[in-house]
Each structure stands twice: as C-alpha cells, then as structure tokens.
Design a protein around this ligand. Structure first.
Ligand SMILES: NC(=O)c1ccc[n+]([C@@H]2O[C@H](COP(=O)([O-])OP(=O)(O)OC[C@H]3O[C@@H](n4cnc5c(N)ncnc54)[C@H](OP(=O)(O)O)[C@@H]3O)[C@@H](O)[C@H]2O)c1
Length: 343
C-alpha cells in the first residue's frame, strides 16, 4: 500500500513557502512488537513546527532536508501490537505528515481519545486538543488569572489565542486582544467576548494603544508572539503582574535574528513574574482542562474556530498561510479518506 508523505525540501528563509515542502510516496510500514499502525485523520498545524525547519535542535530534534515533517495528529488505529491500544481506537500523538504512521509508547503526546459522537473529531486536534489545553493551562497554572483582572492576549484570533480569549472572558476577566487585522479585531470583540481589540499593524504606537485599552494596567499578559508586542506589553503591566510565556511566533521565521527586548527592567521595577511553559510538562492538568472545555463547548459558551484544509498535498500551502498570519482559528489538515477508510 502506498503511503504519501510530506518532507522538507528546502530550509525556509523567513515565512515557509509551499515549495519548501514536497509530497513523496513511500510504502506503508509493518508494525513490529510494541508498535501500532495508525491512519492519520486530522493534522494539527503548529507554530512550533517552524522551529524544527531550520536545522537547529531545540526541545525536539530538527527535521533534516528530505525528512518527514512531524506534527500532532488525530488518528485511527489500524492494527496494534502495543499494550492498551487496539484496532479502531482513536488516538492523538506526534506523527509524520503522512497517510499511515507507526506509533509506539515513545510517540510524543500519545494518548487514547474518547471522542464524543456529537462533537466534530477535528476539534480534538485543536480547541479540544493541544490549543485549548495550552490556553487553559497557561491561564490557570502560569498566569493564575482571577475574576476582575485585565488579561492581554496576543495572536488572540489564532488557535491558542482564540481559546485563551474565551476562557479568560468566562473566568470573569476583562480581555484585550492584540491581532493582525481588522477582521480579527471584529471577530474577537463580537464573537469571542474580548472587551477591546488592538490591530498591531495599524494602531501606531503599540504601548499607547495598550494603555488606551487598559488604562488600569495589565494584570496578566498571555504572550503568543514575543518581539515588539512583548516589549510594549512589559511597559503596560501592573505591579506584581504576570507574563505567561506561551510562544514567540513573531521570531520563528527568523530565529537567527530575534527581536531585541528593551524593557526587561520593568520586571524588576514592577516586580513582575514571567514564566514560560510547555504543555508537555503539564499533562496531569489536561484531564480537568478537557472536562471543563467540553462543558463550555457543549453549552455553547466556547466556540471552536477552525480553518480546515482538505488533503495532505495541501499541507505545505496551509502551513505557509498560517505562518504568514493569513488565517483565523485552528489550522487543521483533513486527510482524504478512501470510502473503506471512513469512520
Ligand atoms: N507553550 C506551549 O506548550 C504551546 C503550545 C501550542 C502553541 N504554543 C504557541 O502559541 C503561539 C500560537 O500558536 P498557534 O498554534 O495557536 O498559532 P495561531 O495563533 O493559530 O497562528 C499563528 C498566528 O500568529 C500570529 N503571527 C504570525 N506571525 C506573527 C508575527 N510576526 N507577529 C505577531 N503575530 C504573528 C498571526 O496572527 P495575527 O494576524 O493576529 O498576527 C497568526 O494568525 C505560538 O507562539 C506557539 O508556539 C505554545
């Protein structure tokens, strides 16, 4: 059986382009002892993948030229020699961008899902998956948000940011979102519950715009972007404010030349706490987060925003669109399934 796979054709310069990726054909591997063969159904496009495309190691090995792109997927077990998993199970794990993957106990993020029949399966790759969990854990465990506080969120219309915006709003916080377009600003204020939105591309001086939107100061900054937005936010924090280091996407397309941060002194002057986190370290917090997010989705209090691209051959293009900021909500690649593979 053929296995289509997306590999890294060239190291991107700046924003990854569709031509940095290539679709190749390999054959489906046989699962050995302790392994299972899974059919990938939905790939979650992650900003973090960009940091593996420069040939530089971070908390994961870089992806070499010609190597398969890796990213989290929702998948169905076809056959299993791995204890605890059987054919037909729906799982989540870090796989290659391909039709069929081998998975084993060492697969990062591997977990068995119990998808609820009335909830779209794609949600488990985003709002009810890593993006929702990251937003929930970041706000509660790192930011320790309290009702009545002012929470500033960057990339607020993105996968993580759109969930963080809604969660902080539901927790009784005043939410101000920083976004890169007027359509995104309208969305987060009219649909996601943000009190105000700042379009960082058109607002002029960002520090002034944040101060105007948060004259009382910012208690918690949920930072998805780093760079100039972090620099501006540091100047607007209240004394004892908290900065949640979730990601620094504004530097991912030029990691060799990161944006200088000039206002670190505010950390001392205002006795701020700034803490980065990776969701992997907080997996024990995920069940409670998942339960609460399910309740909010069921009640309609949280809306899951998805941008679904159909077909593995379009994954590189979809990733390029995401990394140039052209999309809203969770970016997902839905795999083309043959009739006999449908769920
Ligand atoms: N710590 C963790 O465990 C963890 C887990 C998942 C994700 N993350 C982080 O969360 C952040 C968001 O990731 P995501 O997957 O949810 O992506 P996303 O927000 O859905 O998509 C990317 C968005 O980032 C914004 N962006 C892109 N380039 C930018 C730039 N140069 N300056 C400012 N904003 C830019 C764009 O929105 P605008 O148009 O609004 O600029 C774009 O739509 C990333 O930093 C990611 O690394 C962290």
């Amino acid at each position: 059986m053929l296995n289509r796979q997306v590999v890294l054709k060239s190291y991107p310069t700046g924003v990854p382009l569709p031509e940095d990726f290539e679709l190749i054909e390999t054959s489906v591997a046989e699962p050995g002892e302790g392994q299972m063969l899974v059919r990938n159904l939905f790939f979650s496009l992650e900003a973090a993948i960009r940091s593996w495309l420069d040939g530089i190691a971070n908390y994961f090995e870089p992806i070499p030229l010609g190597g398969a792109i890796r990213g989290p997927s929702v998948a169905k077990v076809i056959s299993s020699h791995l204890d605890g998993f059987e054919s037909g199970d729906i799982i989540f794990g870090l796989h290659h961008w391909e039709d069929y993957s081998l998975s084993d106990a060492n697969t990062a993020l591997l977990s068995k899902l119990s998808p609820e029949p009335d909830i779209p399966l794609s949600y488990y790759s985003g709002g009810l998956g890593g993006s929702g969990h990251t937003a929930y854990v970041g706000l509660h465990e790192i930011g320790k948000i309290q009702a009545g506080e002012t929470v500033l969120i960057s990339a607020a219309a993105g996968a993580t940011g759109s969930m963080a915006t809604q969660i902080a709003n539901l927790r009784g916080c005043k939410v101000v979102g920083v976004v890169g377009g007027d359509d995104k600003a309208t969305l987060i204020t009219q649909t996601l519950g943000a009190s105000a939105a700042i379009n960082y591309k058109s607002c002029g001086d960002l520090k002034t715009a944040i101060t105007d939107a948060c004259p009382e100061g910012v208690d918690v900054y949920f930072d998805n972007v780093g760079g100039n937005t972090l620099d501006a936010a540091l100047q607007c924090m209240k004394t004892f404010g908290r900065v949640i280091g979730c990601g620094m996407i504004s530097d991912y397309n030029h990691q060799d030349n990161p944006t200088p941060i000039y206002n670190m002194w505010k950390l001392v002057e205002r006795e701020l706490t700034m803490k980065g986190f990776l969701l992997y370290t907080y997996m024990d917090k995920v069940p409670a987060a998942s339960q609460q997010l399910h309740e909010w989705v069921r009640s309609g209090e949280i809306k899951i925003l998805e941008n679904i691209t159909q077909g593995l051959p379009n994954a590189g293009w979809a990733y390029s669109e995401m990394m140039r900021g052209a999309t809203i909500g969770k970016n997902v690649v839905a795999m083309d399934l043959r009739p006999e593979e449908s769920l």
